[in-house]
Write a protein that binds this ligand. Structure first.
Ligand code: DX5
Ligand code: ZN
Length: 208
């Protein structure tokens, strides 16, 4: 299992990013919130663009914004491996996926807890990654929704049926207890469980 670390709930962002760089974590998960898609705001791009000075880990960018097309070019300029935005936005989804791929970055969609996996069907051929949210978007430190396990099973079946080679990521409330519901995923995103602890590496290892 790959592990992506979110610092959304970090008390000292820079210190935690440097500490994460010393672990074997696979990605740094960058939660971008515009205050409209969900009731929270992340640090502005003018600050986040300096992240490469503190870590050489590749980034896994999660856009929780109503207008992804405004943010894609900004975050495509960082050391980004994956970029996902939400299926629930009002923009032209295919166009936004194409825009991400224009920068040679792996593109995908995220779905909120109430969104059914079948709604991904029209976009499956364009997806390199699908992020299944296991909490409502907005904040770290929420409890994992157990019904996510069923959704991950359905999504894995869908990808097998249509022979789609996309990775599945699960995001929200992942810790040593909820990890058992995530076996069908390829990447687990975990925030407060890792950055709220003393020993980041031990927590990361427990999720693999
Ligand atoms: C929630 C974010 C998640 C979150 C993960 O809106 O997308 O990435 O910060 O943090 P934990 O693991 O604390 O739920
Ligand atoms: Zn996230």
């Amino acid at each position: 299992m790959k592990v992506s670390a979110s610092f959304l709930s970090s008390k000292d962002v820079l210190k935690d990013i440097v500490k994460l760089n010393e672990t074997d974590v696979d990605f740094i998960h960058l939660d971008i919130l515009d205050g409209k898609f969900a009731p929270n705001r992340s640090l502005p791009f003018s600050e986040l663009k300096h992240i490469y000075k503190y870590t050489d880990k590749r980034l896994d960018v999660h856009l929780m914004v109503t207008k992804p097309s405004k943010y894609i070019p900004l975050y495509a300029s960082l050391n980004t491996q994956y970029m996902v935005f939400h299926l629930e936005v009002d923009e032209d989804i295919e166009e936004d996926l194409k825009l991400i791929k224009k920068y040679s970055i792996k593109a995908g969609l995220a779905i909120k807890p109430d969104t059914k996996v079948n709604e991904l069907l029209p976009y499956l051929p364009y997806l390199d990654i699908i992020l299944v949210m296991s909490v409502e978007p907005g904040f770290g430190g929420q409890e994992f929704l157990e019904e996510t396990e069923k959704k991950l099973n359905e999504l894995r079946d869908l990808l097998d049926t249509y022979k789609i080679d996309a990775v599945i990521s699960v995001d929200g409330g992942v810790n040593d207890k909820s990890r058992k519901y995530c076996d069908k995923a390829d990447i687990v995103v975990s925030g407060s469980y890792i950055v709220g602890s003393e020993d980041f590496q031990e927590k990361i290892t427990s999720l693999r």
